[in-house]
Design a protein around this ligand. Structure first.
Ligand SMILES: Nc1ncnc2c1ncn2[C@@H]1O[C@H](COP(=O)(O)OP(=O)(O)OP(=O)(O)O)[C@@H](O)[C@H]1O
Ligand code: SF4
Ligand SMILES: [Mg+2]
Length: 336
């Protein structure tokens, strides 16, 4: 049987290419009457091999849209207006449908919340994991079943041999999410996106599943993009943090630098929101009755920024590099 791996195009990648590079990515959603929603407005992002990057930002910032764009699955009525996404040096838009499907199935995986919607209710757990490895790795039926059992063990499902023949409705929410992770990681993808994968599960199960995900990703030397609204999660799971606000990257830093010396006023507002100090929250949050209307051509965060100055509402700040792994989009960053 020909495996999907055989369909992969010859790679022009050089060892210096990052695993993933997003350049100048604009994505919008069209509406019948209203103007389009500009969900992503010029995203630049690189992820190196073996790196775990946290993507944080409030609801509507564009996190899921970025994840879907990377997977090549922007939903209707969305479209990529500009920019490129390259995987191992290969521009994804230059690939044919078969090659794209092969890369997506074999090398890119996405784990989302609500595992039940991801699982096929009429196939057993073993069949669902087995189908993935048969299709993408070209394994025969019995090898696929053995691989499925190995994956159930790897995701610490209790009584894995019995669960192999279970149907999704026979699993708890936590177990179903473990099965979804088993399916996502069965082919050892080079890049894994976790989009709020554990929201909806109780806190203890959330921590166990995130730990498990991190252990498996590290063991396979994969890279990951961890999307979350909970900035505290990134401190434990990531090497680097990317902060998204209204479809723009506003800060990039290593986890240590970010938590020690955040520079963007929005990052400080996010961190203050998670702190126990009411004083800190007051200091970095503009009261709702003082927020301004949209800043037009200026900084998108200006209406909510405690540091805004006249220049902020007239001039759009560029993402400025502050060092190798650090960048900020602000005219008046904190501590710089
Ligand atoms: N299918 C869609 N149709 C129309 N607009 C959409 C669609 N998906 C996303 N959007 C819009 O794009 C913007 C970014 O949404 P997105 O879902 O990417 O945000 P998010 O950061 O993932 O938010 P959350 O934390 O709530 O998941 C929002 O303004 C949203 O309304
Ligand atoms: S550019 Fe101005 S408004 Fe925007 S985040 Fe920086 S200080 Fe605030
Ligand atoms: Mg989302």
């Amino acid at each position: 049987m020909q495996s999907q791996a055989d369909l992969m195009p010859p790679s022009s990648a050089s060892p210096s290419d990052p695993l993933l590079r997003v350049e100048g990515l604009h994505v919008s959603f069209r509406h019948p009457v209203d103007p389009p929603t500009e969900a992503l407005r010029g995203i630049d992002l690189t992820i190196e091999r073996g790196e775990m990057v946290g993507l944080v930002g409030e609801s509507g910032a564009g996190k899921t849209t970025l994840a879907r764009a990377i997977m090549g699955l922007v939903p209707q009525p969305g479209r990529i207006d500009a920019g490129t996404i390259s995987f191992r040096g290969q521009v994804m838009a230059d690939l044919g449908d078969d090659a794209l499907r092969a890369i997506r199935g074999r090398n890119l995986a996405m784990v989302i919340p609500n595992p039940r919607s991801e699982l096929n209710p009429v196939l057993t757990v073993g069949e669902q994991i087995g189908n993935v490895v048969r299709h993408h790795l070209g394994l025969g039926r019995s090898a696929a079943r053995a691989a499925a059992l190995d994956m159930l063990k790897a995701v610490s499902i209790p009584d894995p041999a019995r669960r192999l023949d279970a149907y999704p409705h026979e699993l708890s929410g936590g177990m179903a999410q473990r099965v979804v992770i088993a399916i996502a990681l069965a082919c050892s993808p080079a890049f894994v996106i976790s989009d709020d994968a554990t929201s909806g599960l109780d806190v203890t199960v959330q921590a166990q599943i995130l730990d498990l995900l991190r252990t498996l990703i590290r063991a396979k030397d994969s890279s990951a993009l961890f999307i979350t609204r909970d900035i505290a999660i990134t401190a434990h799971f990531c090497d680097r943090i990317v902060v998204l606000y209204a479809g723009e990257v506003v800060e990039v830093a290593t986890v240590d630098t970010f938590f020690d010396r955040p520079t963007h006023p929005y990052s400080l507002m996010l961190l203050a929101a998670f702190s126990h100090s009411a004083d800190l929250r007051r200091r970095w949050t503009v009261p709702p009755d003082e927020t301004l209307p949209g800043a037009g051509e200026g900084c998108v965060f200006a209406p909510r920024c405690v540091r805004r100055q006249p220049r902020c509402t007239s001039e759009h700040p560029a993402l400025r590099r502050l060092g190798d792994a650090r960048a900020v989009r602000c005219h008046f960053p904190v501590g710089i």
